[in-house]
Design a protein. Structure first.
Length: 340
């Protein structure tokens, strides 16, 4: 049994395998329990293994690669074109096996355990920040029902808690005060946890050269730099900065035909978390452009006279993404453009 290519449909417990030989003839088509996967690949000579990029794919890619196989990860949306008629595990594995052999297929680089750990920090921090926002909104809304208000913003929530604690009983009954103080305690605990995650990201940032180089770009802080460094382990897979920006969904969606270009709004495809960080960072660059005498400031001010501010922010995020690709690919730090 000479297998050259295998497509494996990943799952929690039951995995489907579809293998073909060099001539494309089906050699193996079977199901594997989770405990049988590594034993199955240990008994095979080195071959190409394709799988869809999903939650557990990087783990299995590392494990199977350690056995000498060439593992390739593919975006699920690219594999869907090779699926025939009905969808089931066997058909999915066959489609994966077919897609991985295509010379034009784009592959997802396999992340190391360390890179995945950094992304876990980011996802945990993002979850805690969203929970903090929910708590602040809940406290603000309940206090507003009793006439207690405070300026907006997470930093001003302490003022709201102080008013809540000092408000007289006739104005703010103790029954409601006790419930909201519980939310305030949770808010303080979240602040401590978010600060601890920020310190861990700072430690990793100081140890990672790529993250330090990314942080030299205007609008890219430690959070964005560490997220980019961990999410893009092989920037050379992108042929250009525009292709990297397209991967992040920061380029116009095309609906062109007959030689006529039709461009719409940004596609918003790819990693939404990275796109959000770049847009937030671009917002800070736009705000400083009024007093910035650099070439970027001149470009931003000229664009602001012709376009809406939000469109300029997304354009700045697109430019930042292209700069980040150049910094990662060339191994250099950011160099500000010179005004000619």
């Amino acid at each position: 049994m000479k297998i050259s290519t295998i497509g494996i449909d990943l799952a929690k417990s039951v995995f489907q395998v579809h293998g073909v030989d060099a001539a494309g003839q089906v050699v193996v088509r079977r199901k594997l329990r989770r405990a049988e996967v590594l034993k199955f690949f240990e008994a095979l000579p080195p071959c190409r293994v394709g799988m869809e990029a999903c939650a557990t794919s990087h783990f299995w890619a590392r494990e199977i690669s350690a056995l000498g196989h060439d593992v390739r990860l593919m975006p699920p949306s690219y594999v869907k074109a090779y699926l025939r008629r009905q969808k089931n595990d066997a058909a999915d594995a066959e489609a994966i096996c077919e897609a991985v052999t295509r010379p034009s297929m784009r592959f997802v680089p396999v992340k190391s355990a360390e890179q995945q750990s950094v992304l876990v920090l980011h996802r945990t921090r993002d979850l805690l920040v969203r929970q903090r926002t929910m708590l602040i909104n809940a406290i603000r809304g309940h206090c507003g029902e009793f006439g207690i208000i405070a300026p907006q913003g997470a930093r001003r929530s302490a003022e709201l808690t102080e008013q809540l604690s000092n408000a007289p009983a006739p104005v703010f009954p103790d029954l409601a005060r006790s419930a909201l103080l519980m939310l305030a305690d949770q808010l303080d605990a979240l602040a401590v946890q978010i600060h601890a995650l920020d310190r861990q990201l700072m430690i990793w940032h100081r140890q990672n050269e790529a993250s330090q180089r990314l942080a030299t770009i205007p609008g890219v802080g430690i959070i964005t730099a560490t997220a980019l460094a961990a999410s893009v382990p092989e920037p050379g897979l992108f042929r250009s900065g525009r292709e990297f920006a397209a991967f992040l969904g920061l380029v116009p969606r095309q609906n062109s035909s007959g030689g006529k270009d039709r461009l719409g709004r940004i596609s918003k495809m790819g990693d939404g978390y990275l796109r959000k960080l770049l847009v937030v960072g671009a917002t800070s660059v736009i705000r400083r452009a009024a007093v910035n005498a650099s070439a970027t400031g001149v470009w931003v001010r000229s664009l602001m006279t012709r376009k809406p501010s939000r469109l300029v922010t997304v354009a700045m995020a697109n430019k930042t993404a292209r700069i980040a690709w150049a910094v990662l690919t060339r191994g250099e730090v950011y160099r500000a453009p010179v005004i000619v």
